[in-house]
Design a protein around this ligand. Structure first.
Ligand code: SF4
Length: 75
């Protein structure tokens, strides 16, 4: 049960034996440079859920359960 948009996309392409159609999340766009990344979330240029806040402020890693951490403004 991934919560972060990037994790959702990765897991959506994992193999399954189920006959049900699986929702796939395609990631498009360019990977930002790790040398001089722009402000905000490093996934913002490729995230289908990105909003203005994502390009202005880096999301903090926070607990969303007892042993679970996520860095996204909208989780
Ligand atoms: S903070 Fe924004 S850009 Fe980053 S993963 Fe969450 S929704 Fe996407």
């Amino acid at each position: 049960n991934p919560l972060h948009p990037y994790s959702k996309a990765l897991v959506s392409y994992s193999p399954t034996i189920s006959k049900e159609e699986k929702m796939r999340y395609t990631i498009t766009g360019e990977v930002v440079t790790p040398i001089n990344p722009p402000p905000g979330c490093r996934f913002a240029s490729r995230c289908p859920m990105a909003r203005r806040e994502c390009t202005e402020r880096e999301p903090e890693l926070r607990y969303v359960g007892k042993d679970r951490l996520v860095a996204c403004h909208f989780v």
